[in-house]
Design a protein around this ligand. Structure first.
Ligand code: GLU
Length: 435
């Protein structure tokens, strides 16, 4: 039986009542997206009010003995936004610009993402304010281990399962798994995902986000009736998501004409040789300086002529300032939160279709879910099986969102929120409220 609960204090804030100018505040942007969906769906205040708040926020101080013998104290967070549909899930970010509002937003987007692709998870996110590019491997290991010990109060394979995000990787996940295992006294591979294969990682996890980005784009091309191999692609970011997306698009015969990293962009209208750039990056750590393409600076990069633009770096890249100048017809969000509310509105007016982050980049957490299931069963699947299941889930979710967007005459972000919120609302109502 469904529990009907009314919350007296809840008020639906109309999107326009909020100042539109806070483009650089991810939490503000996330709440704008939520309010827009709530208004459209006439969402019960009980559900809306729950989604407006993070369930649990933990701030930790992380003392680390640096190589020079001094102790430096870093600030870290782990935030569990919602657990109504299962344990919390989401990555850990190491970046100088990490802040509480950013981690809150990222945890909220994880809740929405898991609901859109129907994984039995809630949403979480963590981060440490640090610049790992200026730290040694030993310093990063000591910071990771102390952070893990500090958040081990709330993480666990049945509670909250971290994973990689910006500037974290398989090695860092292995240290987290080892540290957590030491605190509980037995090997516990299911506490984090995105681990190396040797310690319970899953085949296909490394490429999963990029692969999911490709699956949604291929499906979009089929539904919109254009030939993907003739549609020039520009990808911002050459981290885990961007680099794997570039490789998968180019392996499928698509023309990737632009890629970038923090050092700047590379452009060749005839198509870039992605595997050659991979070799170059291996030796040089960055793609800046690659000689066989034109160099484009970071700001001009997003405005390159192309059909498909894949922001796969950080939040707030497509804003009211550059949205009018974007030449792409389709924006596929490999990153979390790359498009501001203002940019969304401009893209809608200009007829540019945005496939939202909570759908487009859900391939990563989907294979994280497979990894966790495999760890819990100690039974591992083939890469073929993993990719086939990933494809089924991503295409299923894409179809649901795309069809709802057409039916309701709304953009895909709003449709994806409607799909996710419906699932979250049902779970919240059925569970009822404690006490
Ligand atoms: N950090 C990734 C994301 O934003 C992956 C999260 C996970 O696998 O739990 O979706």
């Amino acid at each position: 039986m469904e529990t009907k609960t009314t919350v007296k204090s809840a008020s639906v804030v109309k999107p326009l009542e909020r100042a539109e100018s806070h483009e650089d505040n991810a939490w503000h942007q996330a709440m704008l997206q939520l309010d827009r969906a709530a208004l459209k769906m006439k969402l019960e205040p009980f559900v809306l009010e729950r989604l407006r708040h993070c369930k649990r926020i933990l701030t930790v101080s992380v003392p680390v003995k640096m190589d020079d013998g001094q102790v430096k104290v870093f600030e870290g967070y782990r935030i569990q936004h919602n657990m109504d549909r299962g344990p919390a899930k989401g990555g850990i970010r190491y970046h100088p610009l990490v802040c509480l509002d950013e981690v809150k937003a990222l945890s909220f987007w994880m809740t929405m993402k898991c609901a859109v692709v129907n994984l039995p998870y809630g949403g979480a996110k963590g981060g440490i304010i640090c610049d790992p590019k200026k730290m040694s491997k030993g310093e990063i290991e000591r910071m990771t281990r102390r952070y893990t010990a500090e958040i081990s109060l709330i993480i666990g394979p049945e509670k909250d399962i971290p994973a990689p995000d910006v500037n974290t990787n398989e090695q860092i996940m292995a240290w987290m798994m080892d540290t957590y295992s030491m605190t509980v006294g037995y090997s516990c591979p299911g506490v984090v995902t995105g681990k190396p294969i040797e310690v319970g990682g899953s085949l296909g996890r490394r490429e999963a986000t990029g692969r999911g980005v490709f699956y949604v784009t291929r499906e979009l091309a089929a539904r919109e009736g254009f030939d993907l191999r003739k549609a020039p692609v520009v990808i911002q970011g050459f981290g885990n998501v961007g680099s794997n997306a570039a490789k998968i698009f180019s392996d499928h015969g698509c023309k990737v004409i632009g890629i970038s990293d923090v050092g700047g962009g590379l452009y060749d209208p005839k198509g870039l040789d992605i595997s050659d750039i991979f070799h170059y990056r291996e030796k040089n750590e960055t793609i800046a300086g690659y000689a066989k393409a034109e160099h484009v600076d970071v700001d001009a990069f997003l405005e390159l002529p192309c059909d498909i633009l894949i922001p796969a770096a950080m939040e707030n890249q497509l804003t009211k300032a550059n949205a009018p100048k974007i030449k792409a017809k389709y924006v596929i969000e490999g990153a979390n939160g790359p498009t501001s509310g203002e940019a969304d509105r401009i893209f809608n007016e200009r007829g540019i279709i945005v496939v939202p982050d909570i759908l487009a980049n859900a391939g990563g957490v989907t294979v994280s879910y497979f990894e966790w299931v495999q760890d819990m069963q100690s039974y591992f699947w083939s890469e073929k099986e993993i990719n086939a299941r990933l494809q089924e889930i991503i295409i299923g979710a894409f179809t649901e969102v795309f069809d709802l967007a057409k039916k309701e005459k709304v953009d895909m972000r709003l449709a994806a929120f409607m799909v996710g919120i419906r699932r979250l609302g049902k779970a919240a109502s059925i569970r009822g409220m404690y006490p």
